[in-house]
Structure formats: C-alpha cells, structure tokens
Design a protein around this ligand. Structure first.
Ligand code: IPD
Ligand code: CA
Ligand code: CA
Length: 268
C-alpha cells in the first residue's frame, strides 16, 4: 500500500471538504438535533461527509468507511483490511455559531484500529495537519514536533465536555477542576481533532477527553505519535483498540505521567 500517494490524495480531498464547509458558512441553514440540544448536525456536515465518503468509496472499494453522520459503508467489516474514520465537521457547534474554529478529520487505520494515516484540515485558517505512520507529521508540509515543556505549571492543556453532561456525573467537571488549579492554562476549544493537532504541533502540552469517538481522534492520535508525543487511555495504557474505547489522553510525553495522576487519583 502506497501510503504517501494516499496521503497526497487525502490532503486534496480534505481541502475539497473544507471548501464545501466554507460554502455553507455564511449562508442561513437549519440545524437539527441528534442525542440532545447540544448535539447538532447541519446540512454542511451532511454535504461535506458525502464529498469525502463518496470519494473514498470510489477510490478504495475494498475498504470500510465510517462517517460520523452516515455510519459504515463500503466493504463489510469482517472482510475489510482497512478502515476509514471520517468526521466531516469536527466542531459543529462552533461552525453553527460562526465561531471560526472547526476542522475536517480523515484517518485510515488497519483492522485493529491502528492509524496509518491522518489528515486534519482547518478551513478557516487554511491550515493542514497530516501524518503517516513511521514517516512523520507535518503542518502545511513542514515537519512538526510536540512541545518540550516538562512542567504542568508551564503547560496549557485542553479538554472537552461530553454531550451527556446535563444528565451524567461523568461529565469531566471533576477532572477539569483538578487540572485548572495545576496548569498555566486550561482550554475548551470545541474541536477535538484540532485539540490533538495542536498538541502535535506544540501549541498545547496535553489533551484529554472521555465519551469521544474514533472519528474524532484517530487522525489526531497518529499526528501526536508521529510528532513525538504519547497517546494512551486515562490510566496511561494502550490496550488493543483503545482508540475505540471512548477515552483518550494525548500529551507531549513529558507531562504524561502527571496527567495520568490527575486523571486517576482524585485526591492529587
Ligand atoms: C465534538 C467536538 C468537541 C468534543 C465532542 C465532539 P462534533 O465533535 O470534537 O470538541 O468535545 O466530544 O463530539 O460533534 O463537533 O463533531
Ligand atoms: Ca467530532
Ligand atoms: Ca462532526
């Protein structure tokens, strides 16, 4: 499999997806709710997913393609060797409120959900992040590395709150409170894919989130790994299929154990 050729193709596809998103940005549209009023989808999400998924199905008919809005398509799960994870707009709430911080995220993984290739495109800044397993990670074609910060007190970290936050106590408030009093800054940007990309290029030192899906994080996880960072669950482990287990911790590596402690020891 020529990952470099697929990478170059997916970059063009992500740029096309970004153009589709921006076509909708200044137009009025009707949003629809999914699991609750905080979890929305717009015509832009659906149109952009169609652009990406139809292209992937045409080019890779023996792969399985998972899109956030449309579910699984293409080759059957039990026969496919390769899987695509597509989030057409990561940060839909930002997009719908005209906050210019959202992205398209596309990842290719093997059948054990080990990412092989990841592309994240921010169409508002025309900034493109990508990685190929074993080959490196780039922002706009330039090699990128995680930050060298070793101290939590000099770190800016980022997280997200799940759509079940209104009804579940597992809503990240406890973890958030523990971090806020230990770090230089804590952020909630609203795009998990860009949160991961920003860890990979050294803008954030760490990112954690629970109730997250593989289409949100598969590309970002590879970006962080290939940029020299660490990706695990909250316990600091990488069990099989951990990218599908709805809990993720990414960091520059240097502050990883401190983050694990804050996530697992509520009294720290
Ligand atoms: C969401 C964003 C957000 C994260 C949520 C995701 P969506 O994706 O990545 O930052 O906190 O967990 O679901 O719904 O905008 O694609
Ligand atoms: Ca998402
Ligand atoms: Ca989305």
């Amino acid at each position: 499999m020529d990952l470099q050729a697929i990478h170059d193709h997916v970059i063009q596809l992500a740029r096309r997806a970004g153009a589709t998103i921006m076509d909708f940005y200044d137009r009025p549209f009707k949003e629809m709710t999914k699991s609750n009023a905080a979890d929305i989808v717009t015509p832009a999400d659906k149109a952009t997913e169609t652009v990406i998924v139809s292209d992937l199905l045409a080019h890779y008919p023996d792969h399985h393609v998972v899109g956030e809005e449309g579910g699984g398509q293409g080759a059957e799960v039990h026969t496919a060797e390769y899987f695509w994870y597509v989030d057409p707009i990561d940060g839909t709430n930002n997009f719908a409120n005209k906050i210019p911080h959202f992205s398209t995220s596309i990842a290719l993984a093997d059948k054990d959900l080990n990412p092989l290739l990841g592309v994240i495109y921010d169409p508002t800044r025309d900034e493109l992040f990508s990685a190929i397993k074993g080959d490196g990670a780039w922002v706009d074609g330039e090699a990128m590395r995680v930050s060298t910060t070793t101290d939590l007190s000099q770190s800016i970290v980022v997280s997200g709150f799940p759509y079940i936050k209104w009804t579940s106590e597992d809503n990240n408030l406890a973890e958030w409170s523990r971090f806020v009093v230990r770090v230089r800054g804590a952020r909630r940007t609203g795009s998990a894919a860009l949160d991961a990309a920003y860890v990979a290029c050294g803008r954030f030192e760490g990112y954690w989130e629970r109730h997250i899906n593989s289409w949100d994080i598969a590309a970002g996880a590879l970006l962080v790994q290939e940029a020299g960072g660490t990706v695990t669950n909250y316990a600091g482990e990488t069990p099989p299929q951990y990218l599908d287990q709805r809990e993720i911790l990414m960091s520059n590596g240097h502050i990883h154990q401190d983050m694990v402690k804050l996530l697992t020891h509520s009294s720290m």
